[in-house]
Design a binder for this molecule. Structure first.
Ligand code: FAD
Ligand code: N01
Length: 545
């Protein structure tokens, strides 16, 4: 590709999104000598960590592991300060990576992609942006993120509210001062559970509107010592290799998952007595709940663990009615994304925090001054939506993607997302998605999964160039077989229990098909499968000269 072609909007590859996925994809493809540009809706790099600046935002995978492994020098130079870094530190890391690898010169910020159409004759993608840019590329790589489209539920009267309104996934860059302000927050998923204790410390009063109580475990976050960092750096090669072969891309190096002292679940809770369970709670608190292996596969075992969990809630929350209101019931532990918190339940012992358990009477409407529920009216000055995302498919379906024959992606995915390995869709040649549905993605340490996809896509493009292939496309048969496999491994787990309504299943968005989207088979197994596919000449893909 000549300089002239690339300045006229013609590239070997266009990448959409400049989060951790898009940044690494750019670095890799540029390293292969390709002309590449990244289009990013935000005004800077970082993706998730650029947008989610709400109070309390932090990762819940130890930062030693939730970081890139592709550069040993980067790994050795960067020093994390806490077990699980807060959002400003992770964003600083993303900026450091952008500077260190000089990424910004190939990123167009404040550039939202609106359409991507495949030109069959020329075997290239035509990409358009909201600003009116037109780009043409051989490969279009979607690094648009699984949790990048905030969901604001349609609640009657929402526009009438007179005070400021925020969404955790679109937090103002300048921050929000809640001192002397009364706040209402809707949502008690990971974002709400992280934000609630921090907002409660600052606000005059906080009213929490909770539709479904969550199972959440204490984070035990703490500063990292110099000795620990040195040890991790010395052992990084082994840590990274073990992550790559693991189930979820996490080994809990030095801490266990979420910073808690975790050992692999083992034994049967069904074989314990009530006294034994009580004693375990005395010794370990919430950590006791997840130590048995059978809670992942047996509903009765799971319900016993849920009972232990509820007992532990009642030990922390002083007001029995509030404790009861915070107790999850009717769905199993392990059906939703694990939540990790700092002082969540303790926060409900504060005088300035009110829980509104919407199971006792739901939201009727938002008014000028608060929320009208079936239990009464609650007033506040500022409203926070911690109501999650149109996950996994939201960002891709907001782009008018059209493949062979002009077929829209939204038609191809009408009954739920269909992909081969989460990497490609039949009918959409030369289009790749990073951590797309059908891959371990959101069930894993996502940086491990991002790196695996980026490396695989880079090798695939290199292979195509070396063998003069112009097009790669997942076959219909491979896609169908893969989706059947994805469904088969998810069925029978807590993740797909009929009582489970998670965003993994699309259940948080009205009208979204109920399909389990990520791949449960594990990061290590999945990596082997992808490597095998490549080694067998990209089995399941058709390659055309
Ligand atoms: P993103 O970071 O979402 O980046 C996608 C980018 O694409 C965004 O910047 C977006 O603006 C851009 N984009 C989307 N559509 C368009 C378009 N049409 N045109 C132009 N640009 C577009 N994962 C973990 O593994 N561990 C954690 O501890 C963890 N914590 C999290 C905490 C929060 C608050 C959230 C919301 C998610 C968390 N995640 C965590 C998941 C997190 O999303 C991933 O770890 C990772 O950051 C995703 O990187 P990405 O580049 O794939 O996507
Ligand atoms: O979103 P969620 P999130 N009326 O969908 C409620 C990652 N993440 O932003 O359960 C009332 O989990 C909804 O109620 P219900 C992580 O992968 C990670 O919190 O549908 N309530 C729920 O309580 C996570 O899983 C971290 O009944 C309504 C909440 O809003 C993912 O992002 C931190 C409602 C949404 O919870 C999403 O988490 C933050 C309505 N109409 C995020 N609509 C880490 O710590 C929705 N709700 C790593």
């Amino acid at each position: 590709m000549s300089e002239r072609e690339s300045s006229a909007g013609k590239f070997d590859a266009v990448i959409v999104g400049a989060g951790f996925a898009g940044m690494y994809m750019l670095h890799k493809l540029r390293g292969c000598g390709l002309s590449v540009t990244v289009l990013e809706a935000g005004s800077d790099v970082g993706g998730t960590w650029y947008w989610n600046r709400y109070p309390g935002a932090r990762c819940d995978v130890p930062s030693i592991e939730y970081s890139y492994s592709f550069s040993k020098e980067l790994q050795q130079d960067w020093n994390w300060t806490e077990v699980m870094a807060a959002q400003p530190e992770i964003l600083k890391y993303a900026n450091h990576v952008a500077d260190r690898f000089d990424l910004r010169r190939d990123i167009r910020f404040e550039t939202r992609v609106t359409s991507a159409h495949y030109d069959e004759e020329n075997k290239r993608w035509n990409i358009e942006t909201e600003n009116g840019d037109r780009l043409n590329a051989r490969f279009c790589i979607m690094a648009t993120g699984c949790l990048s489209v905030p969901n604001t539920p349609k609640i009657e009267g929402a526009d009438n509210f007179k005070g400021p309104v925020y969404h955790t996934g679109r937090w103002p860059h300048e921050g929000v001062d809640f001192s002397d302000v009364t706040v209402g927050i809707i949502g008690t998923g990971s974002s709400g559970i992280q934000a609630i204790p921090v907002i409660a410390e600052q606000a005059k009063h906080l009213t929490v509107f909770q539709r479904t109580p969550n199972y959440t475990m204490p984070a035990h976050n703490r500063p990292l010592s110099k000795e620990f960092i040195e040890k991790a750096k010395a052992e990084y090669d082994e840590i990274r290799e073990t992550e790559r072969q693991s189930q979820a891309g996490i080994i809990g190096f030095g801490f266990g998952f979420g910073g808690a002292d975790l050992r692999m679940p083992e034994g049967s809770i069904l074989e314990t007595t009530e006294d034994e369970r009580e004693k375990l709670l005395d010794e370990k608190g919430f950590a006791a709940v997840r130590q048995f292996a059978d809670i992942a596969i047996d509903m009765n075992a799971n319900e016993l663990a849920c009972e232990m969990y509820r007992k532990q809630v009642s030990r922390i929350v002083k007001d029995p009615a509030v404790a009861e209101g915070l107790m999850p019931r009717g769905y199993p532990i392990g059906c939703k994304r694990p939540v990790i918190d700092t002082d969540y339940y303790e926060t409900f012992n504060r005088d300035n925090v009110t829980l509104v358990d919407l199971r006792r009477g739901g939201i009727k409407q938002i008014t000028e001054t608060g929320i009208q529920t079936e239990q009464g009216h609650f007033e506040f000055d500022a409203l926070v939506y911690a109501t999650g995302f149109d996950a996994m498919t939201g960002a891709l379906l907001r782009i008018d993607v059209r493949g062979r024959g002009g077929v829209p992606l939204k038609d191809h995915w009408e009954a739920g997302p269909r992909t081969y390995l989460g990497l490609q869709m039949h009918g959409f040649p030369n289009l790749f998605s990073i951590t797309g549905p059908g891959s371990p993605s959101v069930l894993s340490n996502m940086i491990v999964s991002i790196e695996q996809h980026v490396d695989w896509i880079t090798d695939c493009i290199t292979h195509m160039n070396e063998h003069q292939f112009r097009e790669i496309e997942a076959t219909e048969e491979a896609e169908t077989r893969w989706i059947e496999h994805v469904n088969k491994v998810a069925n029978g787990t807590m993740l797909t229990a009929p009582s489970c309504n998670s965003w993994y299943l699309g259940a948080n968005i009205p009208g979204k098909p109920r399909i389990f989207m990520p791949y449960v088979g594990g990061v290590g197994n999945y990596r082997h499968k992808c490597d095998e596919v490549a080694a067998n000449g990209y089995e399941g893909f058709s390659l055309t000269a």
